[in-house]
Design a protein around this ligand. Sequence first.
Ligand code: ATP
Length: 338
Amino acid sequence: MALLVDKYRPRSLEALTFHENLSERLRSLAQSGDFPHLLVYGPSGAGKKTRVVATLRELYGPGVEKIKIDSRVFQTTSNRKLEFNIVASVYHLEITPSDVGNFDRVVVQDLLKEVAQTQQVDQSARQRFKVVVINEADHLTRDAQAALRRTMEKYSPNLRLILLANSTANIIAPIRSRTLLVRVAAPTEADICKVLKRVGNAENFSESEALNQRIASDSGRNLRRALLMFEAVHAQNEKVSERTPVPPPDWEALIAQIADEIMAEHSPARILQVRAKLYDLLSHCIPATTILKTLTWKLIPKIDDALKADVIKWSAFYEHRLRLGSVRNRYYHCRSSS
Ligand SMILES: Nc1ncnc2c1ncn2[C@@H]1O[C@H](COP(=O)(O)OP(=O)(O)OP(=O)(O)O)[C@@H](O)[C@H]1O
């Protein structure tokens, strides 16, 4: 059974709720015959991906929804083999180069070159170009971004890029200036309530507007999160009311528990216990930066005022270290292979 986030994901530009002006702009771009490279950015759960997929549908028709997953192997200069997954339809490809960490340049370069040099297979395709959607573009290394920029200059006729990112801050200026920036702001709480109401009606859920409002506000204006919370509440309660408790996602509950444990006892044994839980979160693909940030916000209300600034400082310090860590790995890798 599909989750509500998938079941009710709007598939066409007309079906998208909120940010109507943006949907209109995307439609006219798709119909203009001169579709630019796009850099679509905004916070998590704002509906970036949904909008991009709807735009692809406007460009090519429903055929873009027939996707398959290809596994490819790339070879690095040091003869290391990298396995990499590509989601593709006849008309477009979707990749997440940050999956291969610091080897992202190899993937970007080889793959885009290959796509750019092949013609559309479907001769009756509405567009001459293929679209490559790049997820997490703000996590690309500088090298990969430089390679991307060269590809954009060289192969423009056969290829359009759609970059997805949370912010434009980590995208190099030459890419920003060659793409049309499309900002997808977080939906307002009222926008989220409308989506919850519509989904609830379609599913015949019992309804409480006050509860929906609470979910919208607890979600931090993240629509995916709001829908997941909404589904969890209704799975656990036949009838809901204003006061029905909203369970947090499992990973968040575990981080709250870690914060409690850190506060309750300061001993080496406790450190080991907490560490095991942190590994557990990492092995369930919760990003390290999310863990760090959530843990910080859970600890702050529990500690003395005098310590708060310190905790934030160290949290920021280690967040930065996480980034440096991946750069340093690469440095050692280069040294050991040269
Ligand atoms: N305009 C919309 N109307 C109704 N529901 C929407 C809309 N846009 C998105 N959604 C719902 O919100 C969910 C999250 O959207 P989406 O995956 O597009 O977010 P995102 O911004 O790409 O998030 P992330 O950056 O975390 O990947 C979707 O699964 C879909 O169900």
